[in-house]
Write a protein that binds this ligand. Structure first.
Ligand code: COA
Ligand code: AMP
Length: 629
């Protein structure tokens, strides 16, 4: 018998127009679309072309017009500042309309870019929604990135205005943001006209005369601004993500497809309704934060939680349970690494017993594969479905999931269950031929991608074609490898590029150009807490006689200064040479296997097999690769 999931899935693939057209009826449009799927510019597909809407109206004002004005839209829960502050939809609308007015007063209009570099405070969400209200394009940069990464994004997005705050708080440490912003602007070739800075009480930022404005002052003077209709195909935001070249890729999200897909996902994937409390414990700087802290729960008329804290240490490993119970959270979404951190501190989940979790119905995990230990621990302690689901910055929402709102399938360990409706997911070999069920290959999505996924890269159509469309013609390349079993369950095994995944954060392994280093490889090796951590292998220039330990320290500091603390780059070692193929390609996979104590064979193409023993020795010295195979 066909399950409701199978029926929905088949319809979404065979008749995307009727499937997504019906989903779009649930949204507010100033003007209905001419075409649901516009394939006139293949492979640049467009959704809802001809339609006009406003994303902020759908996220905020719509609910006031439909009787939810007094309901909480956002609960800001900040254990690091000992604050809980709630915004009803009316209060949120007033703040957002006010800040939209403040941006407009600085000349921001539809299509202009606004860069947002902020900690997890309500002003970050207000700034995002205010951009959407004006039809301006926001680009949020995660606070854990250093000035250099910020400068690269400023140069690419060319923002008219940057919105930032004086500081963030990492557990008990105050991290000054403004000096990083000042440095980034100094480094960047492109200069924004204005910066608007939220001064937080724990750190006062120095303001640049003529450029910087105070958030509170501009808000006090602002005239509320109404929603500006935009085309469904106009960009809503740019979110930069790590690319293989070390230069970040500006993933573009449109307005129409994004609204339709995310609103649909709340009911169908997460089984969440208007009025429910939904919590994504991530950061607004990541795609999870964009989609599931801000947009999707607000599109659906939920209450969303903005949590400025950590799974452990704010103040203890019971923080998640406290938030769930205090705010009656129905569904939570986070990364497995957060649960590993909790499990490490409170292995028997003793702290959970202090809280009433009776409203809690499901835990969703993503960002990295959910390992079976974490899955079982979460299932046994929470006694609710624990759902691994797989997605990427590019896709904006889940490619594969157990769609709780449609049909709840039994969980298979290590699998994000089945391709979500809209995603024609397939496994192919290097010639784009389908492989047998159970065989590993490249995970690709037959075009068109569903609404909500990236239409292109910012100002870089060619980069979009090169990165995603070229290798497997007619398909989107996910750059993940894996398999689909006989029952249609998807298993995501590894990236097919050099990108590593540290604590659910995706990072490229760009090479440090230290003057004493001739060559360097950075790889992600298994880590009990973060899934993977980077390890660097440095080959020094001939004739360098300095202490290797000093060089290592400098390289580590260099990566921290360039990328930021989020890279978690703490370990490196000096080697005489790197294992390579005869054509000069570094054998990253083999080094990784040695580090992870996995069986490995010297590839037939290796230049000199003896180098693998040298690697083993080098890894031993830094505490890896204990077991020789
Ligand atoms: N602003 C400034 N610095 C930040 C930051 C931010 N927003 N977020 C992290 N950092 C810093 C941290 O302070 C830390 O700095 P340090 O090297 O000086 O100690 C570094 O970046 C690494 O941070 P993090 O990856 O958070 O590691 P951690 O050891 O501090 O904490 C976990 C480990 C598991 C608790 C943490 O990674 C976590 O909560 N993960 C949740 C997963 C998540 O949100 N994933 C997003 C996708 S869903
Ligand atoms: P990001 O773009 O930062 O969201 O990272 C996306 C990458 O994280 C994917 O390409 C995968 O490699 C990995 N990833 C995310 N979620 C999962 C998951 N549930 N299972 C396996 N890998 C995942």
């Amino acid at each position: 018998m066909t399950t409701p999931y199978e029926a929905a899935y088949q319809q979404s693939i065979q008749d995307p127009d009727s499937f997504w057209g019906a989903a779009a009826e649930d949204c507010h449009w100033y003007k209905k679309w001419d075409q649901v799927l516009d394939d006139s510019g293949k492979p640049f597909y467009r959704w809802f072309s001809g339609g006009e809407l406003n994303t902020c109206y759908n996220a905020v004002d719509y609910h006031i017009d439909n009787g939810r004005g007094e309901q909480d839209a956002i609960i800001y829960d900040s254990p690091v500042t000992d604050t809980i502050k709630k915004y009803t939809y009316i209060q949120l609308r007033d703040e957002v309309a006010g800040f939209a007015g403040a941006l407009a007063a600085q000349g921001v209009i539809k299509g202009d870019r606004v860069l947002i570099y902020m900690p997890m405070i309500p002003e970050a969400v207000i700034a995002m929604l205010a951009c959407a209200r004006l039809g301006a394009v926001h680009s949020v940069v995660f606070g854990g990135f250093a000035a250099n990464e910020l400068a690269v994004r400023i140069n690419d997005a060319k923002p008219k205005v940057i919105v930032s705050a004086s500081c963030g708080i990492e557990v008990a440490r105050v991290i000054a943001y403004k000096p990083l912003l000042d440095k980034a602007i100094e480094m960047a070739d492109f200069k924004p006209e204005r910066c608007i800075i939220k001064q937080r009480p724990m750190e006062a930022a120095a303001m640049a005369d003529g450029r910087d404005l105070d958030w509170d002052a501009v808000m006090a003077a602002a005239q509320p601004h109404d929603c500006v209709p935009v085309a469904a195909t106009d960009p809503l935001y740019i979110l930069y993500t790590s690319g293989t070249t070390g230069v970040p890729k500006g993933v573009v999200r449109d307005n129409g497809g994004h609204l339709v897909a995310l609103k649909w996902s709340m009911g169908n994937i997460y089984n969440i309704d208007a009025g429910d409390v939904y919590w994504a414990a991530s950061d607004v700087g990541w795609v999870v934060g964009h989609s599931y802290i801000v947009y999707a729960p607000l599109f659906k008329g939920c209450t969303t939680i903005l949590f400025e804290g950590k799974p452990v240490g704010t103040p203890d490993a019971g923080a998640f349970w406290r938030v769930i119970s205090e705010h009656k959270v129905k569904v939570m979404f986070t990364a497995p690494t957060a649960f590993r951190a909790i499990k490490r501190e409170d292995p028997r989940a003793e702290l959970m017993k202090n809280y009433d979790l009776s409203n809690f119905k499901a835990l969703f995990l993503a960002g990295e594969r959910t390992d079976p230990d974490t899955l079982k621990w979460a299932e046994n302690s929470l006694k609710v479905p624990v759902i691994d689901h797989w997605w990427q910055t590019e896709t904006g929402w889940a490619i594969a999931a157990n769609c709780l709102g449609i049909h709840h399938y039994p969980v298979k360990e290590g699998s994000p269950t089945k391709a979500a409706p809209g995603w024609s997911l397939q496994v192919v070999d290097e010639n784009t031929n389908p492989v047998k069920p159970g065989d590993i290959g490249a995970l690709v999505v037959k075009l068109p991608l569903p609404p909500g996924s990236l239409p292109t890269l910012w100002n870089n159509d060619q980069g979009f074609l090169d990165a995603y469309m070229e290798e497997f013609p007619g398909y989107y390349k996910t750059a993940d490898a894996g398999f689909i079993d006989e029952d249609g369950y998807v298993f995501v095994m590894s990236r097919t590029d050099d990108i590593i995944n540290v604590a659910g954060h995706r990072l490229s392994t760009g090479v440090a150009d230290h003057p004493d280093v001739a060559e360097c490889a950075v790889l992600g090796v298994d880590d009990q807490l973060k899934g993977q951590v980077p390890i660097g292998f440095l080959v020094l220039n001939a004739g360098v006689e300095r202490e290797p330990a000093d060089i290592i320290k400098e390289v580590i500091q260099m990566v921290r200064d360039r990328i930021g603390p989020v890279a978690s780059f703490r370990t490196a070692t000096v080697v005489k040479r790197l294992p390579k193929t005869r054509s000069g390609k570094i054998l990253r996979g083999t080094i990784q296997k040695i580090a992870d104590n996995k069986p490995y064979k010297a590839p037939a193409t290796i230049e000199d097999p003896l180098v693998l023993d040298e690697m083993q020795e080098a890894l031993n010295k830094i505490g890896y690769a204990k077991a020789k195979t």
